[in-house]
Ligand binder design. Structure first.
Ligand code: C5P
Length: 468
């Protein structure tokens, strides 16, 4: 059972000591993960401390390991806060920092570690950290315990949840701790929750572009192909322009939205998974009306995609600036990064589609050999998109790409319609450790780094652990 009051009490109990550290002018470093949930949670914690006049810095890192702990230690901060990171490295943090650290996280954690005084983890308060409590929501309630006026940071908690795909509640809604943050955003008038068509760019893009940009769900024949969408829409007679200006999905009337859904259903035809794809097109939309209508920040899901793009493309700092309110140079740069990210993903998907032999199927498991054609930075999103396609949505996908120093980067995802039960976090950790690599993550999405020379043994270790 979720213990929201217990979590809040825990935060209230630790905030006086933290504020004492702040008032003493101690140097504080927040180390966060580079993905969108990491960028949001780090930004929330940073804003909360900065508003109290803290001497605080923020650093985004791809993965925490022994080496990065040593580097952080060498940077000689007085106190360290880890967001969206570190739950599997508590002993190492104890050894390096003693009582001078705090972890706010939602990754799975050993029970003994979760009970330590420096650790606040969603799982320890009855929340499934993979589904109903992202790191940004954890950071948000931490910020609220520091000062109730930090409620204005609630939209970032929703962005982090959606970017971590924690919208598995009814009608693609957020649940649990994420819901509590969403309710704060709604009650302060910062966020509008409506039932709408879930196309990417719902508020910002011409209708045909929004449909072509949508990859979750994957719309076979339409995703990635503006021309195919335009052709289908022209036949339907739907008015795509209003006085010469392209209309957006959100500007369509309910009848027009219905018509649009019918056009898509007709185009997808009786293909496997088409009915589910159509059903998952309708869901809870989270809109920030205070953002410019023509930026990706207006829709919480798109905001998350923008931040994920920044993180993956090595521009996490730009993402942080956007979270902290920069709507000029940083936003322009983030949008440019997003367009490069999208085109990199499309190229990788096209390259994989033209070489089907790279998708090795073993029962319910598909091994994706992306070496040479998928950039390691884009492997995670590429595998995520493939798992939401009708072809692979009932499978487990494990992809690989070349990494630096003779290593392979591994990304794994479970399709929504997968019938079995797997915990990819555990599988990646065990299979990677068996070949001198490191791995971990969540039940439905996890990753690893392994030596290239051990690729076959790693694949075998994964195959042995995924039930056929
Ligand atoms: O890199 P990728 O997107 O595939 O990672 C999926 C999930 O697995 C992320 O939440 C990431 O933080 C986690 N992960 C981890 N330990 C690793 C690699 C990935 O916890 N060594």
């Amino acid at each position: 059972m979720a213990d929201f009051d217990g979590l809040i009490a825990r935060y209230r109990a630790l905030s006086p000591d933290l504020l004492k550290t702040v008032r003493a002018g101690k140097k504080i470093l927040i180390a966060t993960h580079i993905d969108a949930d990491g960028i949001c949670s780090g930004s929330i914690a940073f804003a909360a401390l900065m508003r109290k006049g803290a001497n605080v810095a923020l650093r985004a890192i791809p993965d925490l390991d022994q080496g990065s702990i040593r580097e952080l230690d060498a940077a000689k901060f007085d106190f360290y806060i880890f967001t969206d990171l570190a739950s599997t490295l508590i002993n190492e943090l104890d050894a390096a920092f003693g009582p001078r650290y705090l972890v706010l996280d939602h990754h799975e954690i050993a029970e003994g570690d979760a009970a330590k005084p420096s650790v606040v983890n969603a799982w320890a308060f009855g929340y499934d950290g993979g589904k109903e409590g992202c790191s940004s929501a954890m950071a948000y309630f931490f910020a609220l315990a520091i000062d109730p006026t930090n409620q204005d940071l609630s939209p970032l908690a929703v962005v982090g949840a959606l970017a971590d795909r924690q919208d598995g509640g009814p009608g693609r809604s957020v649940t649990g701790l994420n819901r509590a943050a969403a309710e704060d955003a709604q009650s302060r008038g910062l966020m509008r929750v409506t039932k709408d068509l879930m196309f990417t760019g719902r508020e910002t893009r011409p209708v045909h572009e929004a449909i072509a940009l949508t990859s979750s769900p994957f719309l076979k024949g339409l995703t990635g192909s503006k021309d195919a969408v335009l052709a289908a829409l022209h036949q339907s007679g739907l008015a795509l322009k209003d006085q010469g200006t392209w209309r957006t999905i959100s500007s369509l009337t309910p009848d027009e939205k219905m018509k649009l859904t019918e056009v898509i259903a007709t185009t997808l035809g009786p293909a496997e998974g088409a009915t589910e794809a159509i059903a998952s097109l309708v869901g809870e939309a989270y809109t920030f009306d205070f953002e410019d209508p023509f930026t990706p920040l207006r829709d919480a899901r798109e905001f998350g995609t923008l931040l994920n793009a920044c993180g993956r493309m090595g521009a996490a700092g730009i993402g942080v600036s956007v979270c902290l309110g920069d709507r000029s140079e940083a936003l322009r740069s983030a949008m440019k990064t997003l367009s490069e990210y999208r085109s990199g993903i499309n190229k990788a998907l096209e390259a994989l589609a033209s070489e089907p032999s790279r998708m090795e199927q073993h029962g319910n498991l598909v091994l994706v050999r992306g070496e040479g054609i998928v950039d390691e930075k884009l492997l995670g999103p590429v595998i995520s998109i493939l798992t939401s396609s009708p072809e692979f949505k009932d499978k487990v996908l494990v992809g690989r790409a070349e990494s630096r120093g003779g290593d392979l980067k591994i990304s794994s995802r479970v399709g929504d319609a997968y019938g079995g039960s797997v915990n990819l976090g555990a599988i990646m950790r065990e299979a990677a450790e068996a070949v001198d690599g490191v791995g971990g993550g969540h039940a439905m999405a996890a990753g690893a780094k392994i030596p290239s020379s051990k690729a076959d043994s790693f694949s075998k270790a994964v195959l042995d652990r995924v039930s056929p």
